[in-house]
Design a binder for this molecule. Sequence first.
Ligand code: NG6
Ligand code: CA
Length: 512
Amino acid sequence: MKPITIVPAALILPALAAAQGAPAAKEKPNVIMIYADDLGYGDLECYGAKNVRTPAVNRLADEGTRFTNAHATAATSTPSRYSLLTGRYAWRDPGTDVAAGDAAMIVKPEQYTMADMFKSAGYATAALGKWHLGLGSETGRQDWNAPLPAALGDLGFDYSYIMAATADRVPCVFIENGQVANWDPEAPIQVSYKENFPGEPTGRDNPELLYNLRPSHGHNQAIVNGISRIGYMKGGGKALWKDEDIADSITARATRFIEDHAGAPFFMYLATNDVHVPRFPHPRHRGKSSMGLRGDAIAQFDATVESVLNLLDSLGIADNTIVMLSSDNGPVVDDGYLDQAEELLNGHSPTGGLRGGKYSCFEGGTRVPLIVRWPGKVKAGQTSEALVSQIDWLASLAQLTGARVPRGAAPDSRPQLPALLGQDHAGAPYVIEQASNHALSVRTPRWKYIEPSKGKPRIPWGPNIETGYLLQPQLYDQETTEGRLEQHNAAPANPAEVGRLAAILATERAKP
Ligand code: NG6
Ligand code: CA
């Protein structure tokens, strides 16, 4: 087998950047990263969605570059977000799988993050919405009634207004700058992922209390707002969220932060709750799609984008703001609630025809929408096939701001700014993707290699998704239709290519 030689991107790209007129380091446009949850490659109108309109996202694509080969690092939230924010693959570090709502901080205060990078370059930094990377210093031991000893302020975020985990996990409260927002002294908060609190109803025992949504699988513990969740919780009172107001609460804090920082460079990680379960959009978005709650949640996501774009226009800072829009992993239809998402698809394909979905090794798990808009700098109305991964955003945006990334920090993040700005249409030589059983895949511009792994061919606990887990190696040729759809396994006929791609994984795994 021929050893592979991969020229480090760092050696090629500065020259490339200069040649292609990429901005000189130290330009300081604002950066807003709109990071959707479980939004699939096919879930937006500009990516072929049916039965739902996404005019604001369409506008973003018309005014920016839309990517067709962009990848999240993992097929679930916690590892994807970990990798995005630290520039280090989650699979290198234990404890980075889908986190409970009482998980301790998974990114450690001493770790270098995207927010640290922006802060060191003089940016004001904010995180809003879904967090899902743990809070406090000890799992299961947080006192939710007092400031948490470790929170996002320790990771470089000047301002944060977040949900600890997901909307389907307790605690069902927002946390602002490390303290429960709207904390109610009359209703102290207790959280447990081990046992219920005496006298508290659960979805399992009290289905009559589930006036908003009932579970299809799991999600039968604490009841908040007529919806049962994962984990047990007591108290909360005025601080408890109403699911129908979650998007508005996040957008209101986001717009306030933008207004307050319009005059200075800012970085905003705007992680929406849409379109994760439980899907329960505000009444004004109900019926906007013909797909029920899941489609209406996509419409609600679009409304968040609209609010941001309109505000940038009215503040006159649109030209000086990079807006990036993507998703943490691929789509899932039934992820645990009876919201009729499956029944009402009516021909819509959340993955845009890709095989698999959330959790899986197939492209449906990790290929995600990506749109980048920077008026006058990123070509408008363009489509880019560049191979790009969220793992590279930290180093790429450091190229933009001129921030000096400390030695050893963000070790997996490669500077790919010209690709991200739609100037280089090749992108990275390869990207790595992680499925929920930890099997890794390598994508190159031509091939997708899925390493052998154990597991059932379909997700066993409820979602109707093919996993892609197989004891034999899989190889899919992106230059053929059957390969793009991951239907024809080309591994037996191409042992040398399998060896080359397996060697990339072995080399990556051997790194500290
Ligand atoms: C699963 C949940 C699912 C979702 C997922 C995490 C059950 C049965 N299913 O365990 O509903 O919450 O975790 O999704 O509990 S993610 O997008 O945050 O990774
Ligand atoms: Ca997700």
